[in-house]
Design a protein around this ligand. Sequence first.
Ligand code: PAF
Length: 317
Amino acid sequence: MKFEMIGAGALGLLFGGKLAAFGQEVRFWTRMAEQAELLAAQGIMLQEGEEQSPIGITGLTAYALQEASSRIAAHPFSDWVLLLTKQRHINQELVQALEPLIGENTQILCFQNGIGHLELLGRAFPATPIYAAITTEGAKRIDSYHVIRSGKGLTSIGMAENGGEWTDLSLKNAAEKLIDTLGTAGFCTLLSKDIDREIYRKLLINSVINPLTAMWRIPNGELLATEERRAMVKQLCEEAMAIYAAKSIYFVGDAYDVVAEVCRSTASNMSSMLKDVIQGMPTEIDYINGRLVEMAKLTGVPAPGHEMIWRLVRGLQ
Ligand code: PAF
């Protein structure tokens, strides 16, 4: 299979590196030209866990994404565009840069946290099948070409808003072929029965853990350490559930228990939002809590906790 990897952050290097190592045709498209040059010259150093020695994956093709229109003429279109950029980079500029990479038989797979990007891409590429992936793969980028797989996870793939029903079986077949290929490259991947449910489950988790850990500068597990913190976790969970109920978004289980379980299972992790804040980078708050606040306003559901934390994190930027 032929893949265009958009974004070479931790997950981009991990997925692209392993696909390339297992014989797939992979091209990397980076934001910075320097990183593309480095990847083409040095390859990727990939470590399967902190204790393992890195393996080198060389012979890679990598370009800056803004050069796509000039680079692409000589290459046929790929089967899959794997979009692994941050949600905040999915905008009109990115859409324009992607255009030359998308042919008649190309499909897009999005890995972002938050919501809103699938609709934007759907409007930009109405004839292109767009799939969503929810992954619990853990990856730590050490530098522009060195990545550690910090935890083997599970990746679910599906098509948003189909409620798990495939009216067009060729779309399901394409997803299954991709799942096989990812499996061969060492990723535990499955076809989601209902990716929307998983997207909103992830949105809840991210809307609670990410801003609170970013504000308090604590690892995920510490969120459960005091009564005060647990009360805040509970409030954000309850508000999110009220918003979901008003929007008829189905949620399985008790929201607090779901979030608490993720805090425990990722206890020593720094959330992605805390990492962004520490590095002085813009966060994804608008696409997570910002979207929940938008939904709350539209449905008339009060969400003072989400609104406050959204403003507080925005204020950090
Ligand atoms: O964004 C993150 O960091 C992760 O989705 C999660 C689950 C909150 C764990 O750190």
